[in-house]
Design a protein around this ligand. Structure first.
Ligand code: PLP
Length: 396
């Protein structure tokens, strides 16, 4: 029977990493996948995570199953990070959170919940967006529609196109928004635009779904939650998919969370019972380690302060690379404007390099970036930036 199965295309981003691994060149550079690298080009375990893990191993007494929704203390941490410590949503118990295997797991739970429980079958995603969004929601059977987001001329948000496309969204349709550090453009709405979108969502009756994978990588924990919190002020119902892969550097522990906000505690609990049914039939209950580590860090004043410092180190290093990248390209006499890269947020920017230039960077210089021209700025270091800028100067 298996002879009839045809080969699937390689994943556009993870497939690139495979090709990178097999490239024998020693000076190759991978700016494809979104993984933070420190100045030494490593993706280290955060110091606060190491400390919490040591304590956890010492204190742990059982490997018993978790509940379907996972570690309760973790859910509480997630809600405080999302809505703020003293948020009324938390006090009124309007939010229910399920630990999930990464942000991807949370998005898939959202997709299943929408497909099985809500009247709509339509989700609107930005064009462009993280490459896996379409795959995840299509796998849940949703009809995936796109709204404009990026203006290639101004290298900025195309807010008019976004509004024009979303004008076609019907009441009840789901609208996916990136909480901060939009992947792949690095461009987020301004506070005024967030406000306008939040009000529009309430007026039109959209169901907002926030994908929140980079909290703390833009400006800071609370600053990056601005859009979500404005939405929460204007909209009684929300879905949120959190990922802590990047901000805790715990990529392979699969730390994510699905949060549902309803108009009151009873409605939240009833909807959440369906979420638990969905989880039970997919992976039954989540893995414990990563969530226990994050709960321990968040509940310990000292570890939490350490985490904020380490998060700021990552954020500041990326920002420094953005500025340096722009300066070094200019100093090489590149007569293409890259200044927008210094204005953008988070791990990614759209470089504006075309497919042909991306191919040349790979073939001639061993520099890997995604075909769309998306650069993972978090992979640039002081030791590879000169080679990178030389190569770009040679091809543009
Ligand atoms: N959402 C966005 C926008 C992402 O960029 C990513 C990861 O790159 C994810 C979700 C998935 O996160 P995780 O690795 O925790 O599944």
């Amino acid at each position: 029977m298996f002879e009839k199965v045809t080969a699937a295309p390689a994943d556009p981003i993870l497939g690139l990493t495979d090709t990178f691994r097999n490239d024998p060149r020693t000076d190759k550079i991978n700016l494809g996948v979104g993984i933070y690298k420190d100045e030494a080009g490593q993706t280290p375990v955060l110091r606060c995570v190491k400390k919490a893990e040591a304590r956890l191993v010492e204190e742990q007494t059982t490997k018993n199953y978790l509940s379907i929704e996972g570690v309760a203390a973790y859910a509480s941490v997630v809600q405080k990070l999302l809505f703020g410590e003293n948020a009324s949503i938390i006090a009124e118990q309007r939010a229910r959170t399920a630990q999930s295997p990464g942000g991807t797991g949370a998005l898939r739970i959202a997709g299943e919940f929408i497909a099985r429980q809500l009247d709509t079958n339509t989700i609107w995603i930005s064009n462009p967006t993280w490459a896996n969004h379409r795959a995840v929601f299509s796998a849940s059977g949703l009809d995936v529609k796109e709204y404009g987001y990026y203006n290639a001329d101004t290298k900025d948000l195309d807010f008019d196109a976004m509004l024009a496309d979303l004008a076609q969204a019907k009441a009840g349709d789901v609208v996916l928004l990136h909480g901060c550090c939009h992947n792949p453009t690095g461009i987020d709405p301004t506070p005024a635009q967030w406000e306008q979108l939040a009000k529009l969502a309430a007026d039109k009756g959209w169901l907002p779904l926030f994908d929140f994978a980079y909290q703390g990588f833009g400006q800071g924990i609370d600053e990056d939650a601005y859009g979500l919190r404005v939405f929460a002020e204007h909209n009684v119902e929300l879905l949120i998919a959190s990922s802590f892969s990047k901000n805790f550097g715990m990529y392979n522990e699969r730390v994510g969370a699905f949060t549902l906000v309803a108009k009151d505690a009873d409605t939240a609990n009833t909807s959440f019972s369906q979420v638990k049914g969905i989880i039970r039939a997919i992976y039954s209950n989540p893995p414990a380690h990563g969530a226990n580590v994050i709960a321990m860090i968040a509940e310990d004043k000292e570890l939490y302060a350490d985490w904020l410092v380490e998060l700021a180190e990552m954020r500041d290093r990326i920002q420094e690379m953005r500025t340096l990248f722009v300066e070094k390209l200019a100093s090489r006499g590149v007569n293409k404007d890259f200044s927008f890269i210094a204005r953008q947020n988070g791990m990614f920017s759209f470089s504006g390099l075309n497919k042909e230039q991306v191919e040349r960077l790979k073939n001639e210089f061993g520099i890997y970036i995604v075909g769309s021209g998306r650069i993972s700025v978090a992979g640039i270091t002081k030791s590879n930036i000169d080679a990178l800028c030389d190569a770009i100067a040679a091809i543009v």
